[in-house]
Design a protein around this ligand. Sequence first.
Ligand code: SF4
Ligand code: MG
Length: 322
Amino acid sequence: MALKLTDLKSDFHNDWCPGCGDFGILSAVQMALAEMNIDPSRMAVVSGIGCSGKTPHFLNTYGVHTLHGRSLPFATGVKLSNPNLEVIACGGDGDGMGIGAGHFVNSGRRNVDMAYIVYDNGVYGLTKGQASPTLKLGMKTKSLPLPNINQGINPLMLALAAGYTFVARGYAYDVRHLKDLIKKAVQHKGFAFLDVLQPCPTYNDILTKEYWQGEGLLDAAGRPMPRTYKLDITGYDGVVKTDDVGEMEEKIKQAMMKSFEFGDRTPIGVFYQNERIPTYEERLGARMPTYRDNPPGEQEIAGQDGRPLATVQKLLDELRVN
Ligand code: SF4
Ligand code: MG
């Protein structure tokens, strides 16, 4: 039986500020899960700390609201212990690119088959709008006494350099386009990173809905163009189609160059996708057939008498260096 949107919506009280971009992202996640007809009992959503950390509260799936910057290691553990689950990690730009930056980089190297959605608003919204790692140098939002003194991270560039095999950007108020990107990220074989431009109307009065939907540069005929534009309608193709390393390098370089476009002309869509890199689960299964055939999340952990079936000796025997 097909899932309905209402099956995925929790009745948990939502206390995001009026007009917050988080609402658009949550709607897109719900629509994507309903369209993919993913059984909520086969779905886990893991968040860090921040306004976006509340996302699992508003979804009728399994969910964990975990520690600041720790959504990725937690989600990695969930996925590796039970590879048959669909896993989405989510969090803010402060959570993922600040305290969680080490986990962000090393998750790209592993290529675990899951998705990570970053709600990117340039501020630490939950703690009253301090500059986050993605806020550009010199920007002064209404919550800052002086312009930002640090350079901003380019999250797409960082993801490409770290080895993520799906790198995309969406916009929170283009819910249908974002829903399609979330579906692609979840269906991607490997680790998918999705950065979402998410207006925080309470603390960031620069990167607003009016800004992103307003007019930026002029086209060749002198007409103003919208600030965000969809990559796919320009003929851009970021998908790696062969095992040729040269093709992969060219597609990564192309995506890196595209990632510099930000502000008056900001692309949204899939920058890079490569399903030809083995996932961490595949590498692990090749090394340990017992993991592939009977992952920890599928195992009986206790007998009828409640005594644990796991023995440390069995694990030690498996890992013995001869
Ligand atoms: Fe959204 Fe900003 Fe309010 Fe947080 S502080 S709920 S990010 S508008
Ligand atoms: Mg933020």
